[in-house]
Ligand binder design. Structure first.
Ligand code: FES
Ligand code: FES
Length: 641
């Protein structure tokens, strides 16, 4: 590999190092200097996790070739404060709890530092604007902005430095008080090691060959050329699996790597472990796979039709799971109704987009224990599945959960840990796999796209007499968490409303789409979207206040849930009261409120977001004859240029 010599000052230390010419500044910092506080979230200049200072300017290091930084002064998150200390910005992030998974936080701290260096008196609008290039998927920005404002007040001398150290008095309980997170200092300093930050001696890098086809039979895989390459330690395929090759949270239908056929674009077919990433990537192109493309099915309704391609032999009807719930007499309930409403609701596939792409390390320890380190949200289950897959007793399999840089359910399904274990077993060396953002998008499970057909019967006073709820969800190529998602969707189907007569069916089916899996609410969101929409439509049809129709039907103490459990406590009345008050709801049946709405732009409500135009508009007003919006856009363009 062609080399270059770089000389630069990094965190006030002179660095002279030979490195590969293809490296980005981000790679040089992380791989050559072990400064892993700078994270890679997207690798495409979108998320800001890789922000560093280059000659005093905030730069996204994933976009900068390392060669361009030759001779520059670099400052990373590790260099902001002296060892053991925190800067005012870092202290403020700690104080306000402005870090959840923490993966975005080093980048946020760098952007906040840049903001206050450029303008120590920056107002909240400018702070928001200057942090606009950084994405956080979990903290929710409010705490982050609050932290920067507190730090600004200290830096500008408007508040004493010790406000950053002060805490609310706790009294006798932690409950109801702000308590500092114990793990925040390691996050605001970039010291916390996520799986991709870990380095073990003699570690190999893994890359995965993925299917270009949605549905195809694998006729042959020839790995000989890749295996013969210098620097390649091993190539693995389904043939290397010694045990029962199937995993999944409920049905174990997914092989570690495609076995016999591929069922979705992006499915792992083979993997290479090599001395370095470039060699591993090159080796992928030397693996020859012969496919026979099969007809695919990409729509959940099509998948149920007679004659549809069967995705798995064990399920010729393509049904992953059907959950029926029955209560009362639905026919009788509809016969008693004064009004029957019927409609369809659909929700789309959703990507979790956690900022930390999937990553992991595996090794075999001195006692022959196969150890996997990964941000898994279900390590005990993963450990048991892996023990069957690699045919080792459970005491010879160890899972260590690395810090999870955002999961939202998406790291509950095991999709790559098995490959790491197999390669570590084959080479007896540590192996690391770090997904790119593209790989994370193509290979990880998504929220189930769902269609709900809803039928609701009501008396004219708003009381629901019967519901028929039928949900069809696209489970994608493998079962993963589909069964659990369908169970939860069925249980929550008709919301927190007492309904005497109901007929609920939730079904997940196989298709050749990317598998669907766990995602926050586990099917509840899709069901509630339909139910709450139906409630609003019913209120409108009956001329009732939307809050009122919910109060009429809400479950109370003693109510029987859809699955016949008697409730011992219930709080929906208080939730509705609080929501009505907080939203400044104007009582009455739904109507277009327009400019008369009390719930928008009032005191304590958020202003509409106009991010991107405020600073430009404030810096200079519109040119003569130019609209304010056009002026702001022109200024934005100047900044981009
Ligand atoms: S902006 Fe560089 S990793 Fe996202
Ligand atoms: S704390 Fe920001 S992405 Fe998790």
């Amino acid at each position: 590999m062609p080399k270059m010599k770089l000389e630069m000052e990094v965190n006030s230390r002179k660095v002279v190092k030979e490195t590969d010419t293809h490296k980005r500044l981000l790679d040089f910092l992380r791989e050559d200097l072990n400064l892993t506080g700078t994270k890679e979230g997207c690798g495409a200049g979108e998320c800001g996790t890789c922000s560093v200072f280059v000659d005093g300017k905030l730069v996204k290091s994933c976009l900068m070739p390392a060669a361009k930084a030759d001779g520059a002064k670099i400052e990373t998150i590790e260099g902001l404060a002296r060892p053991g200390e925190l800067t005012p910005v870092q202290k403020a992030f700690h104080k306000t709890g402005a870090s959840q998974c923490g993966y975005c936080i080093p980048g946020m701290v760098m952007a906040a530092t840049a903001c206050l260096r450029e303008n120590p008196k920056a107002g909240i609008e400018e702070i928001k604007e200057r942090l606009g290039g950084n994405i956080c998927r979990c903290t929710g920005y409010t705490k982050i902005f609050e932290a920067v404002e507190i730090a600004r007040s200290v830096v500008a001398g408007e508040a004493p430095a010790d406000v950053l150290d002060e805490d609310e008095p706790l009294g006798e309980s932690y409950i109801g008080h702000n308590v500092r997170r114990l793990d925040a200092p390691s996050k605001v300093t970039g010291r916390l090691k996520y799986a991709a930050d870990m380095k073990l001696p003699d570690m190999l890098q893994m890359q995965v060959l993925r299917s270009p086809h949605a549905h195809a039979r694998i006729l042959s895989i020839d790995t000989s050329e890749a295996e013969a390459m210098e620097g390649v330690a091993c190539v693995i395929t389904a043939d290397d699996v010694p045990g029962k090759d199937g995993f999944g949270v409920f049905v174990h239908d997914q092989p570690i790597m495609a076995r016999g056929k591929v069922r979705h674009v992006g499915e792992a077919v083979a993997a290479v472990a090599a001395e370095d990433l470039v060699t591993a990537r090159r080796a992928l192109s030397r693996i020859k796979v012969d496919y026979e493309v099969l007809p695919g099915v990409f729509d959940s309704e099509e998948a149920l039709k007679p004659g549809a391609p069967a995705i798995h032999d064990y399920a010729p009807d393509n049904v992953v799971k059907h959950i029926p719930v029955r209560k009362g007499d639905v026919e009788k309930g509809f016969a008693e109704a004064d009004l029957i409403l019927e409609d369809d609701f659909s929700t789309q596939q959703v990507e979790h987009a956690y900022l930390e792409p999937e990553a992991g390390v595996a090794y075999v320890d001195a006692d022959d224990v196969v150890t996997v380190i990964s941000p898994s949200q279900n390590i005990t289950h993963h450990r048991h599945m892996l023990s069957d897959i690699i045919a080792k007793p459970i005491n010879k399999v160890r899972f260590i959960m690395s810090p999870v840089g955002g999961g939202f359910g998406g790291k509950e399904d095991m999709i790559y840990q098995g490959m790491l274990a197999l390669a570590a077993m084959k080479t007896h060396r540590p192996v690391q796999l770090n997904f790119t953002r593209e790989e994370s998008l193509i290979a990880s499970a998504k929220r189930h796209p769902s269609r709900v057909h809803y039928k609701m019967g009501l008396k004219s006073d708003g009381r629901i007499t019967a519901v028929e709820f039928s949900m069809l969800s696209d489970g994608g190529a493998y079962g993963m968490s589909s069964e659990g998602v369908m169970r939860k969707a069925a249980i929550l189907s008709c919301g927190p409303y007492e309904i005497e007569n109901l007929k609920v069916d939730t079904r997940a089916v196989y298709t050749n789409n990317t598998p669907s899996g766990a995602f926050r609410t586990f099917g509840g969101m899709q069901a509630q979207f339909a139910t709450e929409s139906m409630m609003d439509m019913a209120a409108e049809a009956l001329g009732l206040d939307p809050f009122e129709i919910r109060r009429i039907n809400m479950m109370k103490v003693g109510s029987l849930t859809h699955t016949q459990q008697a409730l011992k406590t219930a709080s929906l009345d208080r939730v509705l009261d609080a929501a009505e008050k907080a939203s400044r709801w104007e009582k009455g049946a739904p109507k277009v409120r327009g400019a008369t709405r009390q719930d928008l732009d009032g005191p304590d409500t958020r202003k509409p977001c106009t991010l991107g135009s405020r600073i430009a508009a404030a810096a200079s007003g519109p040119e003569k004859g130019e609209t304010p919006a056009a002026s702001a856009k022109a200024k934005d363009n100047e900044r981009v240029a």
